[in-house]
Design a protein around this ligand. Sequence first.
Ligand code: ADP
Ligand code: ZN
Length: 517
Amino acid sequence: MQDAIALLSRVFGFSEFRPGQEEIVAAVAGGRNVLAIMPTGGGKSLCFQLPALMREGVTVVISPLIALMRDQVRGLREAGVVAGALTSGNTAEENDAVWAALEEGSLKLLYIAPERLASSGTERMLRRAGVSLIAVDEAHCVSQWGHDFRPDYLRIGELRRALDVPLAAFTATADAETREEIVARLFDGVPPESFLRGFDRPNLALAFDVKQNPRAQILSFAAARKGQSGIVYCGTRAKTETLAAALREAGHSACFYHGGMEAKDRRVVEGRFASEDGLIVVATIAFGMGVDKPDIRWVAHADLPKSIEGYYQEIGRAGRDGAPADTLTLFGPDDIRFRRSQIDEGLAPPERKEADHARLNALLGLAEALGCRRQVLLGYFGETAGPCGNCDLCAHPPEVFDATTPVRKALSAILRTGEWFGAGHLIDVLTGTATEKVRERGHDALPTYGVGTEFDKRGWQAVFRQMAAHDLVRPDPARHGALRMTEAARPILRGEAGITLRRDTIAKAPKSPQVKM
Ligand code: ADP
Ligand code: ZN
């Protein structure tokens, strides 16, 4: 599926599949009939858009929502894909453009509203157009008992028979009756390949920890799992090498793996990992694509992954056999800074950067979660669940407190110093530390000077880290990383909203602000 990954990043700008997408894309691209049930927001559209690009000919997409179709067509065109829609709202020019693209065979995706299926011309036109796949969005609309019933959806089965091409049906509605009706009406009762797997991997224990002494933390996690196969993901190539050496010194069987190694050396590591018991591979995310070992017992992140999707995919390599597996993710203020600057300094267009920040925010929200991590993780992918009992926060509910007042103090320190300083200086101002820089700038005369009596420096560092995790502040690359307030912080500053933070991770903040491996 190398092909699919390349298209995923080139056309859609995503570096990883969301849970479940890869398997569905493979089945649809392979020309099988598919019924996929994915939670809302799970990323269904990609599961037919990507195969449409992988297949010859035109993919017809039937969707009940005109606004949604238009959005998707616009998005695809912006990504350079030839796509069009035939809906009641079309102008004559739009229709002409779609016909022309069909005639010359350049059209890859044709969205049509279900009403169109009622006109006799549509089927004839589609027969001539070289349709190779039918995708049905919101397939539950075919259910006469559901409240979204669309009579025109009943014609889709007929269209499939007439065109004799594979059909992929998507819905978020998972109840058994609806599924049966979809199979009966869209697939003539012949069960298609079905994807119903939720995102939950209950055998994976989830845990995060604030970086204190990261090397010691990883070593102790590995020591408790000696003799088990595991992966440690690191943010840099250099760190994979030093950490693998440290693990070996501690008596583990460990090797490193990163994209800077010769292909043949990487193959050696992959081969050893697959065949040996109890080997630890310390790697960058270059390690993973080809890893298909069912009994990986643990995955640790020595550095924060870059997005919640990346996190899910990386921890998901553990415990594929269904037996219990452990995960641990370390994070600290340096990680947040590093990941933010990676996004800001990248070459992606502004909207993409904004989306990458949002995906990082989701991960940071998970790192600083106040309750069950699995609920937060599944919630992000659109699934609801009760507390899992298999994460660190279920095992030890965190101590939280109303941090509205200290956060407002911190925000006011940021604003009163003109949004030109980093956390270190702001903490000096808050704690009333008359450094040279503070005196030079006259910041010892500010009303916020010395008001932060509730925490010491370490405590304030943890508050700033949590503020960054809640996306209340962001470093501005144009100002050497000075912290600036985000829109999300305004209601708190104005006293219109409060904020709860964790006290336990404040107590645990490292003594020195610079955390190095
Ligand atoms: P739905 O399943 O509700 O139809 P969409 O297809 O609209 O969901 O996707 C929901 C969101 O997820 C969109 O913003 C989309 O860009 C994003 N998305 C889909 N696939 C990925 C991916 N592999 N990585 C990151 N974001 C993705
Ligand atoms: Zn839990």
